[in-house]
Design a binder for this molecule. Structure first.
Ligand code: SAM
Ligand code: ZN
Length: 350
């Protein structure tokens, strides 16, 4: 079957191709135009659609790889079909990433990317992109999987997709520092069945050491929903300062920024795709405050009915707080106010 996606036309018979990831690839190519680096490794290519679109729509110079010989045959045909000349490897992705450095490395595996993150950080000179579909492990539903894959302890909370993104980002950040590299996350999102993270990488021992200022723990009170990120260098409280309940401690995970507004602004400026622009603009407008409030959960506990999300954001801004919606949940609010303020605002709407 021939598939058209962006500027590419690819054959997908005999290889993995997920049409539901089209929007992800649409966002990717727009971001790639604003991310540094020309040489680009599509480390787990399948049909080659990502690398082909990276070349045709973002001007990258791709190298392709897939361990499956049938995929390699299909990629070669797809390159011819799209008028592209490029190297195609048939190796374990980890072998390619150890053998050669690329400006930009993209890891898009089945399930967990955990086994590829170390080599990806070794190989990448300027940019990295990662997909994860092991969402149960990342978001706290599969506690032991998260421990095994990400060396991180998390359980499910109501803002679980943010926790998942921060577990993945934390793993990337910690693996990168071994090679004196520091990621600056450009864009991160959780959608449907997958998580996607893009980062620019800087090589500097000084910046790599500073990464740990943004690695830490989420302390969270299941009794009153109070939460706080705590740096790995600080002492971790065990009792809730609001209700004296016992705190849950999750991590280590990334507590820093999950996006970079400068790169996002540049990406949006060059974007002619309406739907993608709308999504990236929402991400751009989002406040950076870690751990959004899930209004439905707060209201359920208060026994009140949830007001409109925009009205809550507006009220919080009027009160002088930084507040915004979040792309991670239609009923989520990011704010630098604590849960006590959020509750008061919600009660006022009654
Ligand atoms: C999820 S698919 C990639 C999808 C593709 N990037 C896209 O956007 O459509 C994962 C691919 O990785 C290949 N693969 C699995 N394990 C691999 C490994 N260790 N090294 C290289 N390729 C591998 C599979 O054959 C499969 O084609
Ligand atoms: Zn509490």
């Amino acid at each position: 079957m021939l598939v058209r996606e962006g500027l590419a036309t690819v054959e997908v018979d005999g290889v993995f191709y997920n049409p539901r990831m089209k929007f992800c690839r649409d966002l990717d190519v727009i971001l790639f135009r604003a991310m540094p680096g020309r040489s680009y490794l599509d480390a787990l290519s399948a049909s080659g659609i990502r690398g082909i679109r990276a070349k045709l729509e973002a001007g990258k110079e791709p190298t392709f790889n897939d361990i499956n010989p049938e995929a390699v045959r299909v990629i070669r045909e797809n390159l011819k079909r799209n008028g592209i000349t490029a190297e195609v490897w048939r190796e374990d992705a980890n072998v390619v990433m150890r053998k050669k450095h690329f400006d930009h490395v993209d890891v898009d595996p089945f399930g967990s990317p955990a086994a590829f993150i170390d080599s990806m950080c070794f190989s990448a000179k300027k940019s990295i992109s990662v997909t994860a579909t092991d969402t149960a492990a990342l978001c706290g539903s599969a506690v032991n999987s998260c421990l095994r894959k990400y060396s991180c302890f998390v359980e499910k909370v109501e803002f679980y997709n943010e926790v998942g993104l921060r577990v993945l980002a934390g793993k990337i950040a910690c693996e990168a520092t071994k090679y004196d590299k520091a990621p600056v996350f450009v864009a991160s999102w959780a959608k449907e069945h997958y998580y996607r993270v893009h980062a620019v990488v800087r090589r500097s021992p000084r910046l790599a050491a500073k990464v740990y200022e943004n690695v830490g723990y989420l302390v969270y009170c299941r009794n009153c929903l109070w939460r706080k990120p705590v740096s790995i260098k600080e002492s971790v409280p065990s009792v809730c300062e609001r209700c004296s309940g016992k705190l849950s401690v999750y991590g280590p995970l990334w507590t820093g920024k999950l996006k970079d507004n400068e790169v996002l602004t540049r990406a949006c400026r060059k974007c002619e795709d309406e739907r993608a622009l709308q999504y990236l603009s929402k991400l751009l407008e989002e406040e950076d405050c870690p751990f959004y409030y899930e209004l439905h959960e707060v209201c359920r506990r208060l026994g009140t009915s949830p007001p409109g999300v925009n009205a809550v954001v507006e009220r919080l801004r009027e009160m002088g707080y930084r507040a915004s919606r979040t792309i991670l949940s239609g009923t989520g609010v990011r704010c630098n106010a604590d849960i006590g303020v959020i509750e008061r605002v919600l009660k006022d709407f009654e």
